[in-house]
Design a protein around this ligand. Structure first.
Ligand SMILES: [Zn+2]
Length: 679
């Protein structure tokens, strides 16, 4: 039976609207049923009952179990008693980080076995939900409900933030009913564990443990978070990029913002399902934004008001924990674009530290698919109350005033990720240099001297990069001062950089410009327009393609301007900073490192791998290839993967093609492994 679009006025309202008419359950029904799982009135004694999925094996040694229902349907079982679990990681790439995270942040001790690592724990309560895989029989069912135990168990796991339990089951049901989807919660052992086995687009399994918030903020105290212990691919190679379920090919935004915190967005997204038809589309989309004002944590909200298709039909959706599922009125066939129109609003414009600007930055403020699914041309119209001045990714179509609003319209014709919008009390100047409009915006005050210096510096850096990375990817480049200290960020066509870059410089301008950390940072951020925006990472496992390559290009700029000694000191810096990180994780798993109650170590490991070890690998390749071949390699890679997704595999492939040498062992040892090439 065809599902019809429900009036999506919130989860519960939509769920009741669908209940009475005998139609097949829609998205909102299924989500609602999985969120209100029920335990049956009967349970059975179990002894040494084995349950297995992927690399997880559980033994329900002794206790009682009952079936669990979503609505009227049996979807799993719940166990109360004593049991044991064993999970095997057979992927050597993750062995170092699995071992390190387990040791630092859990009471578990992974054991080395033939062909992998084994994680063992006990449990006293287990919830096993499975779609597409068989559930065991229970014999001897009697009227001994496990209701109280089940409720206590669910109360704990319901405190977890992150992908809701219901969402995976909804995606499986509507998009891939033949694929397995298994969700297992265990508590009562050394750790509270969550195992998921997702057989859909990129089959894989994950074992996570729950932990509390790192912040002492009372509003967050009840929350639990899952940290990954193991994440393994099933039937495909980690070295290949994940497959997109659909691709966002065009993003069209209409933004109406106050100078304060309120904003209304209309977002039209053009989506193309890949390979199979899709009935439900999944996005990241913020719902609650936490923002600190001095000692207080304020909660801001982003709401979905309405989602419609091209025929104007209202579509049903579920929006929770930063994720959004949308069900189309009929399955969307592969390779044919569908347009969804989202009406969003809320008070989620945050003015950091009370400064007079807000940013819609590189987080999920619009319905945002996964990285490998973002490949969009872009159009935006931004209206903001005066005196705020708006900036946005793209070339300017018009910048004007209408009534009491400043209006900006921009456009990008090449496929990007990381589109951003910012507005605030800004003054700006622009200048066309070598065909690129460089626009420098200073916060609160006019600062002609800084504008000229930064325009010159950007022009010099872009001129340097053009020689070996090709033409600058954008016709316009916005350099925007952020009212803060100590960081830079590089969304598409935009550079956010903090105040110290704008401070008037004493002495000879050039000496100042080429000596400080600001120049290196500036060069790093500008390089991101090539590495990160034009050549894209398909997942955060490939983040070195953006961070390490940008960092190395910045070092090449410093070397060209200041000479070998400065380059050598940067290399020395990378060596020192990477030392602590080397044995903890390989570069691709830098983002997986979790260190309980020690954000400093966690950050040192992540940056040590992406910003220090990665550049050292590029320095080693540079040494081996020599200047000519190395610059040719960077140039050819940019040329081949401009406006495409890059990968380490294709980097190694190009090196092999150029040199006729197999670079596989180099990347296996030093990128996928924890090795470091010798000088
Ligand atoms: Zn960076």
């Amino acid at each position: 039976m065809r599902l019809f679009g429900l009036l999506a006025s919130g989860l519960l309202a939509a769920a009741t609207a669908a209940a009475g008419d005998g139609a097949a359950p829609g998205l909102v029904d299924i989500v609602g049923r999985f969120e209100k799982l029920q335990i049956a009135n009967e349970s059975a004694p179990v002894a040494n009952l084995k349950l297995a999925s992927g690399h997880l094996e559980c033994v329900l040694a002794t206790g009682r179990a009952g079936f669990v229902k979503a609505g009227d349907e049996v979807v799993g079982l719940y166990f109360d008693g004593s049991g044991t679990m064993e999970y095997t990681s057979v992927d050597p790439v993750e062995a170092p980080v699995l071992t390190y995270v387990a040791k630092k942040s859990t009471s578990l001790t992974p054991e080395k076995m033939d062909g992998g690592l084994k994680v063992k724990d006990k449990f006293t309560r287990l919830l096993w939900l499975a779609a597409g895989e068989k559930l065991p029989e229970l014999t001897g069912l009697g009227p001994l409900p496990l209701t109280a135990s089940f409720r206590a168990h669910r109360e704990k796991f319901d405190r977890r933030r992150g992908t809701p339990l219901s969402f995976g089951f909804a995606l499986q049901r509507f998009n891939a009913p033949a694929a397995p989807y298994v969700w297992v919660e265990m508590q009562g052992g050394a750790e509270d564990l969550l195992y998921t086995h997702d057989g859909m687009e990129n089959p894989g399994e994950r074992l996570a443990f729950l932990h509390g918030p790192s912040s002492h903020e009372t509003k967050l105290q009840d929350m639990l978070f899952g940290a990954t212990l193991s994440s393994q691919m099933l039937g495909w190679d980690r070295r290949d990029p994940p497959r997109p379920r659909f691709v966002l090919i065009d993003l069209d935004l209409d933004v109406k913002a106050s100078v304060d915190k309120d904003v209304r967005l209309t977002v039209v997204e053009t989506l193309v399902p890949q390979r199979t038809a899709l009935s439900v589309f999944r996005f990241n989309l913020d719902d609650t934004v936490y923002t600190s004002f001095g000692a207080h944590l304020a909660t801001r909200t982003e709401r979905v008001r309405k989602i419609t298709d091209e025929q104007g039909r209202a579509l049903s959706f579920a929006h929770e924990h930063g994720e959004l599922l949308v069900q189309t009125a009929e399955p969307a066939p592969p390779n044919q674009p569908v347009k969804l129109r989202f009406e969003l609003d809320g008070d989620f414009l945050v003015q950091p530290g009370g400064s007079d600007f807000w940013e819609l930055g590189i987080w999920s403020w619009f319905p945002e698919p996964r990285l490998c699914e973002q490949y969009y041309t872009f159009h935006s119209v931004v209206r903001v109350k005066m005196p705020f001045v708006p900036f946005a990714t793209g070339r300017t179509v018009r910048r004007t005033q209408e009534g009491d609003e400043n209006v900006l319209e921009t456009k990008v014709d090449d496929p990007i990720t990381f589109a951003v919008i910012l507005a605030g009390k800004y003054d700006f100047k622009e200048d066309v240099r070598d065909g690129v409009t460089i626009r420098v915006a200073t916060y609160a005050l006019k600062n002609d001297r800084a504008v000229k210096q930064l325009t010159d510096l950007a022009t010099t850096i872009i001129g340097f990069y053009k020689e070996f990375l090709g033409p600058f990817p954008f016709p316009e480049f916005n350099i925007i001062e952020i009212d803060d200290y100590g960081f830079g960020q590089a969304p598409a066509g935009v550079l956010f950089i903090t105040k110290e870059a704008f401070n008037p410089l004493g002495g000879t301008q050039e000496n100042q410009l080429y000596s400080g950390g600001v120049n290196e940072r500036f060069a790093h951020e500008i390089a991101h327009q090539y590495w990160g925006v034009s050549v894209k990472m398909p997942s955060y496992e490939e983040q070195w393609l953006t961070e390490s390559f940008a960092e190395y290009c910045a070092a090449l700029f410093i070397k060209a301007g200041k000479g070998d000694a400065h380059y050598k000191s940067l290399v020395g810096h990378w060596k020192g900073n990477s030392r602590f990180a080397l044995d903890k994780a390989p570069i691709p798993l830098a983002n997986r490192v979790y260190v309980a109650n020690d954000a400093t170590s966690e950050d040192a490991i992540r940056t040590g791998l992406l910003y220090d070890k990665g550049p050292l690998l590029l320095a080693a390749l540079h040494r081996e290839l020599g200047d000519d071949a190395f610059f040719t390699f960077l140039k050819s890679y940019q040329k081949s993967f401009r406006w495409k997704f890059g990968s380490t595999k294709t980097v190694a492939g190009l090196l092999q093609f150029m040199t006729k040498k197999d670079f596989g062992p180099f990347f296996e040892a030093n990128y996928w492994g924890t090795g470091l090439p010798k000088d």
